[in-house]
Design a protein around this ligand. Structure first.
Ligand code: GLU
Length: 275
């Protein structure tokens, strides 16, 4: 059993992260497996260099020990680029030149734009461009991201399922999040593409993460099929909520592992809080 914890170094770990880390670590430990640490650091405007070490220190303090050297997604950009090229040769992605504002406007004009669990879907404006229009705009240096054409993708994959520890067998709805971005304008990847490539690269057998990412797994399973990658078993565990019933976010400073430690809590007390 190979599991992983994949934080973004955009802030200190809070109790929600600790729950995810301990969950993955314990599972590997109990099954004689391995537990890896991966920094999902492609959001280069939000990451801060000091958080890599701070995260490692907080995990070590909690007694969570990872195997091998942690990987960083920013070291792996050419690998994501290759996968993107593969998807391009399958004809299942398209360049999108829309700005955020244009997308917003188009959604307003449509009135009843399709929505998913993460809000309005991309309205599909650039899906309608011809291949020569696409080429011309790329050659003209127009900035663009790359989106999954969920209709063409679903046609290629046929019906799919994934297995989740809590939800059982889930039938994939490739359209759930619409035509998601697979490579952002500024970088050759996005969360969805990188996580799929890295889970396969690290041979993760069990992906453990918060229930808020369940919808994303529909996209991930689709990408795995297109790229001929294995499907791990999933554990979308419950989220830790604050006293208002909201999921913890980076703004819940009081619940960072660092501040609990500074308040004099022991690692065992923090682990007990998670339980
Ligand atoms: N990087 C994501 C986070 O910080 C985790 C994504 C995942 O585990 O797949 O929440």
């Amino acid at each position: 059993m190979l599991t992983r914890f994949a934080p973004s170094p955009t802030g200190l770990l809070h109790l929600g992260h600790a729950y995810a880390a301990v969950y993955a670590y314990d599972m590997a430990e109990e099954n004689g497996g391995r537990f890896y640490l991966r920094f999902e650091d492609i959001d280069t405007t939000r990451i801060r260099s000091e958080f890599y070490l701070a995260i490692e220190q907080d995990l070590a303090w909690l007694g969570v020990q990872w195997d091998g050297t942690p990987i960083r997604q920013t070291d792996r950009l050419p690998i994501y680029q290759e996968a993107l090229e593969e998807l391009r040769s399958l004809g299942v992605i398209y360049p999108c030149f829309c700005t955020r504002r244009e997308i917003q406007k188009e959604i307003e004009v449509m009135g009843n734009a399709p929505h998913g669990p993460e809000g309005a879907h991309y309205p599909g404006t650039c899906r309608a461009l011809t291949s020569s229009e696409r080429e011309d705009r790329i050659n003209a240096g127009d900035t663009h991201c790359w989106r999954l054409d969920t209709r063409l993708a679903a046609k290629q994959t046929g019906s799919l399922v994934f297995e989740d520890e809590f939800e059982g067998q889930v039938v994939v709805d490739a359209h759930l999040l619409g035509d998601v971005v697979l490579a952002r304008k500024d970088i050759t990847t996005s969360y969805h593409l990188a996580v799929v490539i890295d889970d396969a690269f690290q041979k993760i057998t069990d992906v453990t993460r918060g229930a808020d990412l369940l919808a994303s797994t529909h996209v991930h399973r689709t990408l795995q099929k297109l790229l001929a990658l294995p499907a791990p078993h999933y554990h979308h565990h419950r989220l830790i909520l604050d006293t208002h019933g909201k999921r913890l976010a980076k703004r819940n400073d009081a619940l960072t592992i660092r501040s609990l430690r500074e308040l004099g809590k022991s690692p065992t007390e923090v682990i007990d809080m998670l339980a």
